[in-house]
Design a protein around this ligand. Structure first.
Ligand code: CMP
Length: 144
């Protein structure tokens, strides 16, 4: 089974023109882009994506935020990609995220933390299946 993870640039990341810099960090690290699309996430999609948080006090505002504009969803592939992506992205709370991480460099507030990344291999599989059709995932090889 190929190691893959779901990453999404959240609406604030898109609005702040951070998409290119975020993609660049994954590419230069050496991960392979196998899925990419821009969409306005539906309430239904977000309710499934955040099902485990539906009792949290911030859940309604989280859904409003995530639906407030388009997101850029991506699937990245590579060795230990789930774990390495969590390191690249940084702590959920930007105040705890180390400088050099995406959140540590570009965000200050937990409710506007610009990027999502799957937090385990199992969750990654479920999230990729939720956000992407199989036909939207590209198989490609190159010169490495
Ligand atoms: P993420 O880890 O991508 O997925 C769950 C999201 O819920 C998280 O990013 C934050 O955007 C949001 N979140 C988590 N905790 C809080 C909180 N205490 N207040 C507001 N939003 C939160």
């Amino acid at each position: 089974l190929k190691k893959r993870t779901l990453v999404a640039v959240k609406p604030d990341g898109v609005q702040r023109r951070l998409v290119g810099q975020i993609i660049q960090r994954f590419e230069t690290r050496g991960f392979k882009l196998v899925g990419l699309k821009m969409l306005q996430a539906s309430e239904d999609l977000l309710a499934q994506h955040y099902a485990s948080l539906n009792r949290k006090p911030f859940y309604p505002s989280l859904l409003r935020y995530m639906n407030s504009g388009p997101v850029v969803a991506m699937v990245w592939e590579g060795h230990n990609v789930v774990k390495s992506t969590r390191m690249l992205v940084g702590d959920t709370n930007p105040a705890e995220a180390k400088p050099g991480t995406i959140r540590g460099d570009f965000s200050i507030h937990i409710s506007r933390n610009i990027i999502h990344a799957s937090d385990s291999v199992e969750v990654a599989q479920a999230e990729i299946a939720l956000w992407f059709r199989r036909s939207e995932l590209m198989e490609w090889e190159c010169c490495d």
